[in-house]
Design a protein. Structure first.
Lengths: 310, 275
């Protein structure tokens, strides 16, 4: 029973992380119908910027004492701001000139951006080629224990931050003027443009929001796994990105709520598989779930299957 | 005579070797209701695409209310006061009926993103005004009771009317209607003609209409331009155009046959793919 609850809790924590990244994939796909392969590298950059900020500020050097509370918040916002600008720049410089080019060209460009970020990230004046250990910004304690399940501060923070950000995004997309414009652009951007919507601005904004979410996920990731800050070109990042892309597909790509659902499902699947079957095959569970979902519901769980009218 | 509200001067576009539209000119006085007709593939929709900025004209100029608009992006042209509907319905199917209209109201909105995020009073006042305006447009088009439905679930006739409502929401000076009566039955067409007359009066609009239904065009348009293979072949009042041998030839392709008694036969296929 304890194991079940503990796994459930861990799955939710990991899943909400995945959901944050999946949102970036799904929003870009929804609007531009292409897979932004550079998204996992924005996530990586977010994690590394968090490290650089925290390490530079010297919060790690405070010794055993917990750093002040604002340390975490400041690092989170710095990382989100940096990646928001990065996302804006990527779209403006790499994708916008190809807006009218065949989809494949954009896809290859995305892979190029991905390799570029990975490799420039290894420059010694940036992140370097060595893995690092993230300074601890949150107290490594258990907040409370219910039925022998440990609710660690870190995991609770991950879930809380992810929930807040998803709530904000939900509000933004479904209850604001800008969200209305985003939905119109994602339905048909040439018609949206003819109805007076500044499509370029909406697309830029989508990248800014998606990248900021990925940065937040990067921050939360290194909070949760301080020892797992692998070097920028490490395959860990790509695999994580791939899983989140799978989450977006499972939820129904292009669907904001679907990405949240898919992320949580993937997280639960991975944790339950690791806990009850074998911890060595986590990735297999994730991709098996993808195959099953695609067989049963090819458009994803919340995706709407479209039938071409003839 | 006052200056025309829409002044098109010899615009052309070619796709590769195909001259889709050649030296098309048009002068719409404020408040006019004119028709643009021609056989299938004549380039009518291409003219609309040129006017609204989907395509950039390779020659010529377009002036809207004294301002040059050719070469601007579609959203800037819409902001300048040119709105359109589509031959094949292109609503935002995943948005509600109300949101389809509201999203088109944005172009006239004053408060920006910052106001939306910080939830200022001005933003809320404006949101309320947009909602109000959208609802009153739906009222005019008899769609109020469907405001909360997804646009894709509307019956065909309602979708056609919603397209016009959405175009009006951008606050246009000139409205371009691309085959608004396509697929409608005679009663619906009459109702549509009344509706066009109504909104034209109420909003002080200038209207340019592409239509295959000759009865409708001849009834409501004050002047008609006829194009074929991208070239303007006739221009004048409905009666003049009807009697023009070049028009009859373009439609029937039979120079020696006697002209039809009432009107040139409309081209039968209305679901064709006009680029």
């Amino acid at each position: 029973m304890t194991k079940l609850l503990q796994t459930l809790f861990d799955g939710l924590a990991v899943g909400s992380l995945y959901a944050l990244i999946a949102l970036g994939y799904t929003m870009v796909y929804g609007i531009l119908q292409f897979i932004n392969f550079a998204h996992s590298d924005v996530f990586m950059t977010g994690a590394w910027v968090a490290y650089v900020v925290a390490a530079t500020a010297g919060w790690a050097a405070l010794g055993g004492d917990a750093p002040p509370l604002y340390a975490g918040l400041f690092t989170l916002f710095a990382s989100m701001l940096f990646c928001a600008i990065l996302g804006f720049g990527i779209e403006r410089l790499a994708y916008r000139p190809l807006r009218k080019a065949p989809r494949l060209n954009v896809l290859i460009t995305a892979i190029g951006i991905s390799l570029f970020l990975e490799n420039i990230g290894q420059r010694p004046e940036l992140f370097g080629t060595q893995p690092q250990k993230m300074p601890q910004l949150l107290p490594d304690t258990t907040l409370f224990t219910i039925a022998d399940v440990n609710f660690r501060v870190v995991d609770l923070t991950v879930i809380a931050v992810a929930l807040v950000l998803m709530a904000v995004l939900q509000w933004l997309v479904f209850h604001t003027r800008l969200g209305r414009a985003m939905r119109a652009v994602s339905h048909n951007f040439s018609v949206a443009s003819l109805m007076g919507i500044n499509v370029d601005a909406v697309i830029s904004f989508t990248f800014v929001v998606g990248s900021a979410m990925a940065a937040a996920a990067g921050f939360l990731y290194v909070m949760k796994y301080p020892g797992a800050l692998k070097q920028p070109a490490d395959s860990t990042w790509i695999l994580l990105g791939l899983k989140c892309f799978v989450a977006a597909v499972i939820g129904g790509i292009g669907n904001v709520r679907g990405a949240m659902l898919g992320g949580v499902l993937i997280g639960l699947m991975e944790m339950f598989g690791a806990a009850y079957l074998s911890p060595h095959m986590r990735d297999i569970y994730v991709f098996s779930l993808l195959i099953i979902v695609l067989l049963v519901r090819p458009a994803g769980l919340l995706g709407r299957a479209t039938v071409e009218k003839v | 005579m006052t200056a025309p509200i829409l002044d098109v001067r010899a615009i052309s576009i070619a796709f590769g070797g195909l001259k889709a539209v050649t030296d098309f000119s048009l002068s719409l006085p404020a408040g006019a209701l004119q028709g643009l007709i021609g056989p299938n593939g004549a380039g009518k929709t291409t003219v609309f695409n040129l006017l609204t900025g989907v395509y950039r004209p390779q020659t010529g100029e377009i002036h809207l209310d004294g301002r040059r608009v050719d070469g601007l992006k579609p959203n800037r042209i819409a902001a300048a006061g040119l709105a359109r509907t589509f031959q094949n319905i292109r609503l935002f199917g995943d948005l509600t009926v109300l949101d389809n209209v509201r999203v088109a109201c944005h172009v006239r909105a004053e408060t920006g993103l910052a106001a939306a995020i910080f939830r200022t009073r001005a933003h809320y006042g404006e949101e309320a005004a947009i909602r109000e305006r959208a609802l009153s447009l739906l009222e005019i088009f008899g769609l109020s009771h469907r405001a909360g439905e997804y646009a894709r679930n509307l019956p065909y006739g309602d979708q056609r009317r919603l397209e016009i409502a959405r175009a009006l929401a951008t606050g246009p000076k000139v409205l371009l209607l691309d085959e608004p009566a396509a697929g409608m039955n005679p009663q619906e067409k009459r109702a549509l003609a009344d509706l066009i007359a109504l909104v034209r009066r109420q909003f002080g609009l200038t209207v340019l209409l592409i239509e295959h239904d000759m009865g409708l065009v001849m009834n409501i348009c004050e002047a008609i331009t006829v194009i074929d293979h991208g070239v303007t072949i006739a221009r004048g009042t409905p009666a003049e155009v009807q009697a023009d041998p070049a028009v009859i030839e373009a439609y029937l392709g039979a120079p020696d046959e006697p002209p039809p008694a009432s009107a040139p036969a409309p081209a039968p296929d209305s679901a064709k793919a006009d680029p």
